[in-house]
Design a protein. Structure first.
Length: 182
């Protein structure tokens, strides 16, 4: 039902604008190209294949969980600098999923090294927090990073949410500039 509503809203927006479907599709492709170029500029070790795989996973997760692509990319930038094989403090992959969190949802450490699974689960986990906090993305980001217990008690730092928010604004500006110039 949610996807039907999103499609309906998209059609209404398209009808209300002077853009054709082809123009909207072209902007979507440019946006994806911008995000890949951006990720590559921050992590030059990413191959074209890795960038394409990351973008495919980001698009899929964004559509499945109704989370902005720029937010997903901002979390990945903050967490791993787009390194899908990073392991740090028992956190794994591009979205830096903690081993215990993954395990609680039925994922093995090996699963979390799979970029598609990692990005899908990380986005689903973030989306769940966004819903739990009534659409409050900032609280959701803090819960993603520090856990719901600290957020629910009001005993959490806002540093992480500020960093991700700043990164998201940087990404949005980059994408808008890229799309306008290509």
């Amino acid at each position: 039902m949610r996807k039907l509503i999103v499609v309906f809203a998209f059609i209404l927006a398209l009808l209300g604008s002077n853009l054709t479907y082809a123009e909207v599709q072209d902007d979507s492709i440019k946006s994806d190209d911008a995000l890949k170029t951006f990720m590559s500029s921050k992590n030059s070790k990413l191959s074209d294949q890795a960038l394409n795989n990351l973008m495919k996973s980001i698009n899929k997760a964004s559509a499945n969980y109704n989370v902005d692509k720029e937010l997903i990319v901002a979390v990945m930038w903050q967490e791993s600098n787009f390194n899908p094989s990073l392991t740090y403090n028992r956190c794994i992959g591009a979205m830096q999923i903690h081993v215990n969190t993954g395990k609680a949802y039925g994922y093995t450490s090996e699963d979390l090294y799979n970029s598609d699974i990692n990005i899908d689960f990380g986005t689903r986990y973030l989306s769940g927090h966004i819903q739990s906090y009534g659409g409050d993305v900032l609280k959701a980001l803090s819960a993603y990073n520090q856990g719901t217990t600290r957020v629910n008690k009001g005993n959490y730092s806002t540093k992480y949410q500020s960093q991700v928010s700043a990164k998201m604004e940087t990404i949005k500006t980059y994408v808008a500039t890229y799309v306008a110039s290509h």
